[in-house]
Write a protein that binds this ligand. Structure first.
Ligand code: XIL
Length: 450
């Protein structure tokens, strides 16, 4: 009963939603100076994963609202979150995200209906018939609640194994219902919300390999038999072990040629600086060169809340500063107002920023050489200032590639010849210190740039 009430009240807000979407579109026509508006200029959405628990953080919400035109609940629509015990649905957290998105005129991607992970414990012990009933009831319950409000649903997630076999992954669904569970889930989903695009979503399928070949064969089979499928999601979680494949574009295109849309659904690329920016450029360019690639979603707003935060894989750092990767994505999307543009609304102050990191490059009993690397943020800089605090006993005998001024044991270093840096580019200064009995490392303070 309460579900039905909620459904009616959700439908009643649809008029408001349409009005908000129009406002967003009008804004994007003025200046493509954010990810969402630049992507809209290319006929695409640019989305992010969102966690309901962070919506109350003002910088998080401001960055989300300014930059993105689509959201994917990061965990809130998963089976464990929505149907923790059989037949009793809880939508509180997912509703918070959907309501927030709608108030900003953003699209919502639904993630995910049938997946082996984040399943509540009551699902796995069910026998085959019961599991089939439960799977269909789960799809109907979730899609019914959000009927007409979800742009695309990840109906089945990660059903294929990694490695060279191209086999299905073992899961309660696969093991008890066999290959046919995927088809059944898609048929149930189509009936539950005919307006939603129905997607198969997976990882390590971004290039041509045994796993993506197996997904390709399934989609081809579905299309030939009229099983309802509208799109394939490519998660695109990249790092040095799993880099952006050189045949990424080709792989997206071959799926599109089967008659489905393709979407980049969970993009993150571990790394930093210009190398990370270049990888992001490759991904955006690949999507833009495939006409059926309808949009991209990064898997989080800020590095600090990423599921792989140690790899700093996103477009905004922990302080919501734009990283070089942000500027790269914005310009690949054809946006203006990115690096170097004083009108860029995402910039704190005039947008110039830098980071400073310290390493000891040589060491001997009475002294050491230290090096401080200065890296420009998302915009070019013409000067920088870094502070280095030395342990009280230590003294600096020489310094190169920088100009120091002293206050006690704090040295403030400015450029000598090396103040001008392109976005994401680095320079360094070095110094020789006498230990005078202390082997402790100096500490490097905040870098400032202009
Ligand atoms: C991740 C979330 O980001 C984490 O917060 C959670 O702890 C585990 O799941 N593939 C998917 C996503 O389809 O749902 C996963 O999200 C990341 C990998």
């Amino acid at each position: 009963m309460s579900m039905i009430v909620r459904r009616l009240s959700r439908a009643a807000t649809a008029g408001l939603v349409a009005a908000a979407a129009l406002t967003a579109a009008a804004h994007s026509a003025e200046a493509a100076d954010t990810l969402g508006s630049a992507a809209a200029g290319q006929g695409r959405y640019f989305g992010t994963a969102v966690a309901a628990s962070h919506l109350g953080e003002s910088d998080y919400a401001a960055t989300l609202d300014r930059e993105f035109s689509s959201v994917t609940p990061e965990n809130e629509m998963k089976w464990d979150a929505t149907e923790p015990s059989r037949g009793s649905f809880t939508f509180t957290s997912a509703d918070r995200i959907v309501d927030h998105a709608q108030s900003q005129g953003m699209d919502v991607r639904g993630h995910t209906l049938v997946w082996h992970s984040q399943l509540p414990s009551w699902v796995s012990p069910l026998g085959a018939q019961d599991l089939r009933t439960a799977m269909n009831a789960h799809i109907n319950g979730l899609m019914g609640h959000y009927k007409g409000e979800i742009h695309s649903w990840d109906v089945v997630n990660e059903a294929f194994q990694d490695g060279g076999s191209g086999a299905r992954r073992s899961s309660p669904f696969q093991d008890k219902l066999g290959d046919g569970f995927i088809e059944e889930a898609f048929r149930t989903a189509r009936a539950a919300d005919p307006a939603a695009k129905l997607c198969y979503n997976d990882y390590n399928t971004d290039g041509v390999n045994a796993k993506s070949n197996a997904v390709y064969d399934m989609v081809k089979d579905f299309k030939s038999r009229g099983v309802p499928i509208d799109c394939v999601g490519f998660q695109s979680h990249f790092n040095s072990n799993s880099p952006v494949p050189s045949d990424y574009r080709h792989n997206l295109q071959r799926f599109a040629d089967l008659g489905v849309d393709v979407q980049i659904t969970e993009l993150d690329i571990e790394g930093s600086g210009s190398a990370q920016a270049a990888d992001y450029t490759k991904v955006v360019e690949a999507c833009l060169s495939v006409s059926r690639c309808t949009g991209m979603t990064v898997w989080g707003v800020t590095d600090k809340y990423s599921w792989r935060s140690g790899g700093t894989p996103l477009l905004f750092d922990g302080d919501y500063n734009e990283k070089p990767a942000y500027g790269a994505v914005l310009s690949a999307l054809g946006g203006s107002g990115g690096p170097g543009d004083p009108g860029d609304p995402g910039d704190p102050g005039d947008g110039a920023s830098c980071t400073a990191t310290y390493t000891r490059t040589a060491d001997w009993s009475s002294g050491y050489n230290g090096q401080v690397t200065i890296t420009a943020g998302a915009e070019p800089i013409s000067s920088w200032t870094a502070t280095v605090t030395l342990p009280a006993q230590q003294s600096v005998s020489s310094l190169w590639n920088g100009t120091p001024t002293w206050s006690g044991n704090v040295m403030t270093v400015r450029p000598s010849w090396n103040g001008t840096l392109a976005a994401g580019a680095s320079t360094s200064f070095g110094f020789t210190a006498a230990k005078n009995g202390s082997d402790a490392a100096p500490t490097v303070g905040t870098c400032t740039a202009s």
